[in-house]
Ligand binder design. Structure first.
Ligand code: PLP
Length: 393
């Protein structure tokens, strides 16, 4: 007998599955029934309003994915050839790729060992010692002579970046902050939602994110002019509702109504999802508390993480073998991203004193974290990890 999908689901503990338990079917059916399936429709507007309000911003512009949200955000901040943009080296590659899409150069900064987010202390050291603020008020990299126009802090796995210090630094050095909040929807830094700190912030609704619209993204901002500009660029920069008149090179980046309908239904359940994610984090933390070889990464006391992904650190010698062992036990885990400055296409870019990110790559991995994960599945996962280490002394 061949195995069915549900058989498979019984046997595999997935890394991150979406939770479809609300009005998803109803809202999508409404789009199909009414014919409003494409990039115009009430759900697009509703989704934008809902997400922007949730994050605490005035405007939201829905786009096809988080990558396009980042791309457009940098474009409207006038990031272009000859500029540099600071990004953490430990992040998903899209954060750096969008800098290249704009013709600019990424400049890589190390991560913090505990939060995995951009190390703001090291950023300060870099700006204080390796850059010059010229008479125009802007900051230039001494090594390249290029202006540092923007920075893209990423709330890694939902843990907020140290935003107060970062914003203070960037104001002083006149560097625009574009938050990559693609992993941070629902997280808070000192009581304020991530996504509300930057000039603009970018969200992702990819299938593995905390909520999904199938694929999708959004730019949120309090700046009405920039929001309009993002929308304009996302719709081929058309200037006339009838004539095909375009005033610049635009993109076909607008989200569809069907995807937005899914997104709206998911947004309705977001608070509950964050609550479950946090409860499961406590549960995992407790289960790992008496395994010596493991550190379960926790949140700082002044933040509230959405715990989108759960991370453990293990002795570097064991990382690869443990991942293989868990995968062969049908437990989906995944390694960290390779620090981006080590990837072939970025190896010639400047990376400032990167140490921790290399260590994190060598020691950390992500555990199954679906909203619907059962207690027994978390227990099974931790037991397997325990047995891996006990069989190896
Ligand atoms: C940190 C980070 N930045 C950007 C992206 C890009 O988002 P998307 O996959 O929706 O394009 C992702 C997610 O995939 C991400 O994790």
């Amino acid at each position: 007998m061949t195995s069915t999908i549900s058989d498979k689901k019984l046997n595999v503990i997935p890394l991150s599955e979406p939770s479809i338990t609300g009005n998803e079917w109803k809202y999508i059916k409404e789009c199909l029934d009414t014919g409003w399936v494409s990039s115009v429709g009430s759900y697009v507007n509703r989704f934008e309003k809902m997400v922007a309000e949730y994050v605490g911003c005035k405007y939201g512009v829905a786009v096809v994915n988080g990558t396009s949200a980042l791309h457009l955000s940098l474009l409207v901040c006038d990031v272009k050839s000859g500029d540099e943009v600071i990004v953490p080296t430990l992040t998903f590659v899209a954060t750096a790729n969008v800098v290249k899409y704009c013709g600019a150069e990424p400049l890589f900064i190390d991560c913090d060992q505990e939060t995995l987010c951009l190390d703001v202390e090291k950023l300060k050291l870099f700006l204080d010692t390796e850059c010059t603020q010229k008479s125009d008020g802007y900051t230039y990299n001494n090594a390249s002579g290029r202006r540092i126009k923007a920075i893209v802090p990423v709330h890694i796995f939902g843990h907020p970046v140290e935003m107060d210090n970062l914003i203070e630094l960037c104001q002083r050095y006149k560097i625009v902050v574009v938050e990559d909040a693609t992993e941070g929807l629902g997280s808070e830094y000192k009581g304020k939602k991530t996504g509300s700190f930057g000039k603009l912030a970018c969200l992702s609704f990819n299938g593995n994110k905390i909520i999904t619209s199938g694929g999708g993204g959004m730019v949120v901002t309090n700046d009405g002019y920039l929001a309009e500009k993002v929308k304009h660029l996302s719709t081929q920069a058309k200037t006339d509702s009838i004539e095909y008149d375009h005033n610049e090179i635009g993109y076909n980046y607008r989200l569809t109504n069907i995807q937005a309908a899914l997104g709206v239904a998911q947004m309705e359940g977001l608070d509950k999802i964050v609550e479950i994610k946090r409860k499961n984090a406590f549960w995992y933390q407790n289960l790992f508390s008496n395994i010596n070889s493991i550190e379960f990464l926790w949140e700082k006391s002044w933040v509230k993480s959405n715990f989108w992904f759960y991370t453990i650190k293990v002795p570097s010698f064991h990382k690869k073998a443990l991942i293989d062992y868990l995968l062969s036990s049908s437990i989906q885990v995944r390694p960290m991203w390779k620090p981006i400055h080590t990837l072939s296409m970025y190896k010639d870019c400047q990376a400032y004193r990167v140490e921790s990110a290399l260590n994190i790559y060598d020691t950390a991995l992500n555990l199954p974290c679906s909203v619907g994960i059962k207690k027994e599945e978390m227990e099974f996962t931790v037991e397997k990890i325990r047995s891996y280490f006990s069989s190896r002394g």
